[in-house]
Design a protein around this ligand. Structure first.
Ligand code: ADP
Length: 403
């Protein structure tokens, strides 16, 4: 028998070929993984977590963590980890426990999403999928063979989707409660109109009460019209079809008009009511959309008076750099901290419909906010429950001084 045909020789050659082929296919395998944007790795366990070392780490690690395969150590990797979310139920959250289970062979597939901060300070979400490498003699795992995938974009999209869902649900909920509230708000003045019109038609009314009924009917009709106007306006705002109509506006005259409008309501509630304008005696002419400015002030003041039962309501303006800053302050009920982040959103009201004590549709502030932003300004507020609120907004200073 020729030596090269002996069974030992053949066996050795076969083993060598398999090994060579394995190396080649191992390489090709790694390339295939990297081609799929994964980073292959081999981890040899040390005596504890962070004491092992990585082998055969794919070059994609540079793009993933900003590290070369040589720089990527288990210690560094452990330091980078912020959150681990195991994807299989049998994987414990605690990394030490999970390593123990891998070594003992209890976990045969490891899958987790991991949030890391790379040494360059970047936050990344990765998916770590690996299988234990088992020592035939002991039956215990000596390391892991795995792949890292960058799932940051996917996570970002998921997060945006969740936020969009939350917003949609919240806006749905607000609109439903708005519709319930609206029907209540409309019914009240409508009932008054119908009821008192019927009474007017009945014979035997004394002239004094006829006047009183007429007043109630006029007031209720105005209120109804305001509600309808607000609903139409917010739908125009949401459809982004509201346009500015800029003209010259006499600011101090406007403030006087606003004051005259709310004075009777303030007197009725025994609230001190005043306004403050610099250079009251002068004509201050600005170029702006007077209707929207008037309406914004009106909406803030109508709330201030509605939610105040003693003390005072004040409003006014001052010039601050290149802006005119307005304020409306009250010593009313204030706004609970939990409601403050939402109060400027359309349809939002601090009171739930079941406990509602105050009139309103939840549109006034959002209309004011939209108008003020269209005018080129912004709105903000400070409020202390039980103490009162101050709403401020600014618009560009487009003054021309006369006299
Ligand atoms: P509404 O028609 O309900 O007044 P708004 O949009 O004007 O609608 O206001 C939304 C909510 O903000 C009100 O329902 C109220 O809970 C709260 N709010 C607004 N202004 C004040 C204020 N000055 N004091 C206390 N709460 C206020």
């Amino acid at each position: 028998m020729r030596p090269e045909t002996s069974p030992d020789y053949l066996n050795n050659r076969f083993a060598k070929e398999v090994e060579e082929q394995f190396n080649i296919s191992g390489d090709i395998f790694c390339q295939a993984i990297e081609n799929a944007d994964g980073v292959p790795y081999q981890l040899i366990f040390g005596t504890g977590i962070g004491e092992g070392y990585f082998l055969n780490v794919g070059y994609g690690i540079k793009q993933l963590f900003g590290l070369t395969p040589g720089e990527f150590t288990e210690k560094l990797f452990q330091q980078m980890i912020e959150v681990i979310i195991p994807l299989n139920e049998d994987i414990p959250h605690d990394p030490v426990e999970s390593r123990e289970k891998i070594i003992s062979g209890e976990i045969q597939k490891y899958k987790a999403e991991i949030l890391v901060t790379t040494p360059g300070g970047e936050k990344k979400w990765i998916r770590d999928s690996s299988i234990p490498v088992i020592d035939d003699k002991t039956g215990k795992a000596t390391g892991l063979l795995g792949i890292f995938f960058d799932i940051s974009e996917h996570k970002q999209t998921l997060l945006q989707l969740e936020k969009a869902m939350e917003r949609a649900t919240e806006s749905d909920r607000l609109k439903t409660s708005f519709l319930n509230n609206l029907s209540h708000e409309i019914r009240t003045p409508l009932n008054a109109i119908v009821g008192f019109s019927t009474l007017l038609g009945e014979p035997g009314q004394v002239p004094g009460s006829r006047m009183e009924f007429m007043d109630i009917i006029t007031h209720s009709s105005d209120h109804l019209l305001e509600i309808v106007d607000d609903v139409v306006e917010i739908s125009k705002i949401e459809a982004k079809i509201v346009r500015l109509i800029k003209k010259e506006v006499n600011l101090n005259q406007m403030l006087q008009r606003v004051y005259d409008r709310f004075k009777p309501a303030a007197d009725e509630k025994n609230i001190l009511f005043r306004y403050d304008a610099p250079m009251k005696e002068k004509e201050i002419i600005i170029t702006t959309d007077g209707y929207k400015l008037f309406q914004s002030l009106t909406n803030l003041l109508s709330n201030a008076i509605k939610f105040t039962f003693e003390g005072k309501v004040e409003f006014g303006y001052s010039i601050k750099e290149d802006k005119i800053e307005f304020y409306v302050s009250d010593t009313g009920i204030g706004i609970g901290m939990e409601h403050q982040p939402n109060i400027l959103k359309p349809f939002y009201q601090a009171e739930s419909s079941s406990t509602k004590r105050y009139e309103g549709t939840g549109l006034g502030l959002s209309i004011a906010k939209a108008y003020i932003e269209l005018l080129g300004g912004k709105i903000w507020f400070n409020s202390e429950p039980g103490e009162g609120s101050v709403f401020c907004f600014n618009i560009p200073d487009t003054r021309q001084m006369n006299g």
